[in-house]
Design a protein around this ligand. Structure first.
Ligand SMILES: [Zn+2]
Length: 480
């Protein structure tokens, strides 16, 4: 290796779990093990919240979610109760590493990196990510002609799998394998046919296989059954992935910095907190009428003039205060804002599991964990509960331990991380939102680095972009 690499090959494995890759399986993953032996590797701290959107954009722009202005892939459009936007590439208003290199005339290949749909012009090629609505009708490549080239190579290209929370595990596994196989074939093709100083790809299959198969692999999971037929599905997938990475590394010469990175880790979930249900039980959220049975919570069910706060999130939760003069039917007076916010933070942090055992809940004010917090009307509305089966806000007729809407049993390992930030002072009417919280995903994700060198330095180059996309088409997508 020369002392100064002139180009970089970055392989992103979404959700790669360090306790699997490093602690359990490293000896069975020769390519990755080789990288750890020849290079440097270690724990990377993800952003807050540690979730796909915004983590990849944080990594590629050196901005915190607070300064990027989005904290998940659903965000509030404004201070209304029901308008959401989807944080696709149009929400990223700062240059990412490929933008900076493009302005310097350096050739880039960008493949599958989250928040690259719609695609943008680069000095090279870009194939968009899992946020692409439909590869048949959407333009997912730059330049446009690359789409036909890809389809001639692999047929139907997959940006993601369908419904990764399905019970049809055979279909899911086959689709993950197909997606990953095609992505790496496209990666090889681009490496062979295009010039590049930066090659940056992200594989989503690692995330999807964790969502779908964790319980079949982890003996600690409450649903684990020894000897089940999917027991080795995740390991087998990682082995195939390792071989594919080996193929890509053939394109790395002595002057290439190789980085294998992830945006967050993974762990089993034994339970979750239905934050909106908890708010309801605590009197912070009031419904117009009690539903006859557990139902998905929608804004029209809420008695807004009587409601103090509501939650949004999937594997994490943000809380919003219903502020007088700001939200349409706001309740919290400006002078009460900080008191209510502190009260919620303290109560959430004291929240135990169904047995009352502490679960290490943390609540943050956004300003305490990000250097700045912007774009706040783009913070979101919606969900609270976290489980492997999805995350939808539900409300129940009454507290009941058997109801799926009760604050669910949270485990020793499932912590709640709540984040509140925002201007320290009480909000002015019309100013940004208020309290947010999130339950944690494991934050650490390790990366290992071989021949890393940063050659690029910032130079603002991004053009103003249109507002974010419409969330409606993503309703069923689920938080990645
Ligand atoms: Zn991710």
């Amino acid at each position: 290796m020369s002392s100064t690499a002139s180009r970089a090959l970055v392989i992103g494995l979404d959700c790669a779990a360090p306790q699997l890759v490093f602690d359990q399986w490293l000896d069975q993953l020769p390519t990755i093990r080789g990288l750890t032996e020849r290079g440097a590797w270690g724990v990377l701290r993800s952003c807050d919240p540690p979730i796909t959107v915004p983590a990849w954009s944080s990594m590629t722009s050196s901005r915190s979610p607070g300064s990027l202005g989005f904290y998940g892939f659903r965000n509030r459009r404004d201070h209304s109760y029901d308008k959401l936007t989807f944080a696709d590439s149009r929400s990223v208003r700062v240059p990412r590493v490929w933008d900076l290199l493009s302005t310097r005339g350096r050739p880039v290949i960008v493949l599958g990196v989250p928040q690259t749909y719609p695609v943008s012009r680069v000095n090279g090629v870009m194939v968009s990510c899992f946020l692409t609505p439909d590869t048949e009708t959407s333009q997912y490549t730059y330049p446009a002609g690359l789409k036909g080239e890809i389809e001639a190579l692999v047929g139907r290209y997959l940006v993601d799998v369908r419904n990764f929370r399905t019970d049809d595990k055979d279909r899911l596994l086959a689709e993950i394998e197909e997606m990953t196989e095609k992505r790496f074939r496209v990666a090889e093709h681009l490496l062979e046919t295009r010039p590049w100083d930066l090659f940056f790809m992200v594989e989503m299959g690692t995330d999807r296989i964790h969502h779908g198969f964790w319980r079949f692999t982890d003996p600690e999971h409450r649903l684990y059954e020894p000897g089940n037929r999917f027991e080795h599905a995740m390991l087998d997938y990682y082995k195939r992935l390792d071989a594919k990475i080996a193929s890509l590394l053939r394109h790395a010469d002595e002057d290439t910095a190789v980085l294998v990175v992830s945006d967050h880790g993974a762990k089993r979930i034994d339970g979750g907190i239905c934050v909106n249900e908890w708010l309801r039980q605590e009197g912070y959220l009031v419904l117009k009428e009690e539903p006859a049975e557990p139902a998905r919570l929608t804004p029209d069910m809420i008695d807004w003039p009587k409601t103090t706060a509501w939650g949004e999130g999937g594997y994490y939760c943000r809380l919003f205060l219903n502020v007088a003069g700001r939200e349409p039917e706001g309740l919290v007076a400006a002078e009460d804002y900080e008191r209510v916010r502190t009260e919620l933070k303290e109560k959430l942090e004291a929240l135990g599991d169904d047995q009352g055992r502490p679960i290490g809940t943390l609540a943050h004010r956004p300003g305490s964990c990000t250097r700045c917090a912007t774009g706040s009307p783009r913070t979101s509305w919606s969900t609270s509960a976290t489980s492997t089966g999805g995350a939808s806000a539900r409300s129940a007729p009454a507290p009941s331990t058997s109801s799926r809407t009760t604050p669910a049993p949270t485990t020793r390992t499932t912590r709640t991380r709540a984040c509140t930030s925002w201007p320290a002072a009480a909000p002015r009417p019309g100013a940004g939102p208020s309290v947010r919280s999130w339950t944690s995903r494991p934050r650490s994700s390790r990366s290992w680095v071989s021949r890393c060198r940063r050659r690029w330095r910032g130079a603002p180059s991004s053009e103003p972009r249109a507002d974010g996309g419409d969330v409606a088409r993503w309703e069923e997508a689920g938080e990645p």
